[in-house]
Write a protein that binds this ligand. Structure first.
Ligand code: NAP
Length: 324
């Protein structure tokens, strides 16, 4: 016989405790909705991988960790319940109830807001997995200090690659940014700052073919995609910022998404193609993924989810919100 799992009822389940999840928790609490935030790691999301935040209004500059802590404190001060657990699946029952399944419990609610963000995209080249944690990293804030005086390569052409390349110059003797095209996706101001940094070289139209070393990374092999010329670069570490893969596979059914897997959501309510399932922050299709867009999304999604819960309870014959 299968072991019985605990079952908990809420108005709203929030999956993920990054800036979007914590904002959703804040707005749910202020709306007197009984919400639970389910987070597999430490609350804060990508803020915890960010040294300095300089584009969040109200703070000229704030440590990512400090902003995460402040968001968490504010959310919990309005009653947010944060549970440290991994959601394996969200299923939708025939009556529309959403059930977030974890190893030892089920969380049930009429509405769920997915704020699960994403994971770093891998390059998929030989040596990347072999040297993960031994010279290959996806987080400059976490690992940069291990590379004092080293020559480093940073891969990517978006905001993360450019910002983190600049950050790594604090530790590295030299940072080479390698991008596969000649046009960058990053904000021009960030690229201009990086170009002016005397410790940085920028190589474009170039891909990493492999990462090699003996026990730890010592070299990367490169291919210029325009000239076809191959070369090698001696480095002590490779930091990869090739974008994100959204955590958008949790639902037990099809949810409309774009080619890269990001959830599509109604622009007015941020409800996905599954009624009562909302998406906010980096997990959904949008032009850019900023802290500000994540918190804006979460505000919209939570207000819309609150209305959804009201309607749902009316149509299911109960005006009561779930008991905590
Ligand atoms: P991104 O904007 O998607 O950029 C990913 C970069 O990696 C692109 O330049 C892409 O090249 C490259 N890339 C992808 N796959 C590759 C592969 N297999 N080999 C080599 N290069 C590869 O991702 P991101 O920089 O992580 O940023 C994610 C989102 O967060 C963005 O919306 C960004 O604006 C936001 N963000 C904002 C800030 C900030 O505002 N301060 C900081 C960090 C991130 P192509 O250009 O050729 O596709």
């Amino acid at each position: 016989m299968a072991n019985a799992v605990e079952s908990h009822d809420y108005d709203i389940i929030i999956v993920g405790a990054g800036p979007a999840g914590l904002t959703a928790a804040l707005y749910a609490g202020r709306s007197m909705l009984n919400a639970v935030v389910l987070e597999a790691k430490i609350p804060g999301g990508q803020l915890l991988n960010t040294e300095l935040v300089e584009d969040y209004p109200g703070f000229k500059s704030i440590l990512g960790g400090d902003l995460a802590k402040a968001m968490l404190e504010q959310a919990t001060s309005f009653g947010a319940e944060i549970v440290s657990t991994t959601v394996n699946r969200v299923r939708v029952e025939p009556d529309g109830t959403k059930v977030a399944e974890t190893a030892d419990a089920e969380y049930r609610a009429p509405a769920v807001i997915i704020t699960a963000g994403g994971n770093p995209r891998k390059l998929g080249v030989p040596g990347e997995d072999e040297f993960a944690g031994r010279g290959v990293s996806y987080c400059a804030v976490c690992d940069g200090a291990f590379f004092k005086g080293a020559e480093l390569a940073v891969i990517g052409g978006g905001d993360a690659a450019v910002e983190e390349a600049a950050f790594l110059t604090r530790y590295a003797s030299r940072v080479t940014l390698i991008h596969r095209r000649s046009e960058f996706r990053t904000q021009p101001v960030l690229l201009a700052e990086l170009r002016a940094n005397p410790k940085v070289d920028i190589i474009t139209d170039t891909v990493v073919e492999s990462i090699t070393g003996n026990g730890k990374v010592s070299q990367i092999q490169l291919l210029n995609t325009v000239s076809g010329k191959k070369s090698a670069l001696d480095v002590g570490g490779v930091f990869i910022f090739a974008g994100f893969v959204p955590n958008a596979q949790l639902l037990d059914r099809h949810v409309d998404h774009d080619a890269a897997g990001y959830y599509k959501a109604d622009p007015l309510t941020l409800m996905t193609s599954v009624p009562g399932v909302f998406a906010a922050g980096d997990v959904r299709v949008q032009l850019t993924r900023q802290i500000t867009t994540a918190v804006g999304d979460a505000t919209t999604a939570t207000m819309a989810a609150g209305k959804w819960v009201e309607e749902w309870r009316r149509s299911h014959g109960s005006d009561e919100v779930a008991a905590p």
